[in-house]
Design a protein around this ligand. Structure first.
Ligand code: ADP
Ligand code: MG
Length: 256
């Protein structure tokens, strides 16, 4: 389980993350949704140990994790971030990219674990290809396989669906759910697209100007009636589908 308490961070005078507290259970996906500039990436960088916050506490499986350290000499072993641009090594194959996360283990264990991870992430067929020869969705799944190689307790995904076509997006959504459930990892997934969050998350946190406005189930966010900003956000996410169904699809028997 991952727990954040009162996490706050400023860039000079600008408060990017403002007193955020939240909890994610193992095997659960929390989607953090917000407009560009709302503080999502900053929050992930704090949790992964890339940015030192001004204030706040991070707890993983009931133990406080020290997040006030020199970032050049240490990384947090139980918390892995998949950055937006994947950062795969271009001259290595998909297999080798995952294997690189396991250099401290025996050859036998590495072979076994990489094979298992490729099967779990649905990338066994592309094991000998280079990153430039595979699709965006396959690159994203390779980056996830590499991130979970050492069985972290927390996985952080920054905009995993951006740059993906709708087929790859759909496939990746169901793969992420499968991986998180099977490996029992606490997952935070950041997206600016509420529709992706509705389709993949157990809980959704709506962020604005560094603050979390609401954390709830997708259905409760969908049905929110008080907060005007959230109502507009929901409406902007689902309206294109409604428009499509009312126009092109109106003679079909769909009821949405
Ligand atoms: P998001 O990922 O939601 O788009 P970010 O966390 O990247 O948001 O940014 C939050 C706010 O902090 C924005 O106003 C952004 O301009 C500002 N910001 C982000 N990184 C820096 C930085 N390195 N220096 C100064 N301001 C930054
Ligand atoms: Mg961002």
């Amino acid at each position: 389980m991952l727990k954040l308490e009162h996490i706050t961070h400023k860039y000079q005078a600008k408060v990017a993350v403002n007193d955020i507290s939240l909890t994610v259970k193992s095997g659960e996906i929390l989607a953090i949704v917000g407009e560009s500039g709302s503080g999502k990436t900053t929050l992930l960088n704090i949790i992964s140990g890339n940015i030192m916050p001004e204030n706040g506490t991070l707890i993983v499986d009931n133990e406080e994790v020290d997040i006030y350290f020199n970032r050049l000499i240490k990384e947090l072993p139980n918390i892995k971030l998949v950055p937006q641009d994947y950062r795969l090594k271009p001259d290595y194959t998909i297999y080798e990219n995952i294997d690189l996360a396991l250099t401290k283990y025996t050859h036998e264990y590495r072979r076994e674990r990489v094979t298992e991870l490729m099967a779990l992430c649905g990338i066994s067929e592309i094991r000998n290809k280079k990153p430039r020869e595979v699709s965006g969705g396959e690159k994203q799944r390779t980056a996830i396989a590499r991130a979970i190689a050492e069985e972290p307790l927390v996985l952080l995904l920054d905009e995993p669906f951006s740059n993906l076509d709708s087929i790859n997006r759909t496939h990746l959504r169901s793969k992420i759910v499968e991986i998180i459930r099977q490996e029992a990892i606490a997952c935070i997934l950041v997206t600016h697209d509420l529709l992706d969050a509705f389709l993949v998350a157990d809980k959704i946190a709506i962020m604005k100007n560094g603050k979390v406005l609401m954390i709830d189930t997708p259905l409760d966010i969908f049905q929110e009636s008080e907060n005007q900003y959230i109502k507009e956000f929901v409406s902007s996410a689902v309206q294109p589908i409604r428009d499509f169904m009312n126009g092109f699809g109106k003679n079909m028997n769909f009821d949405i």
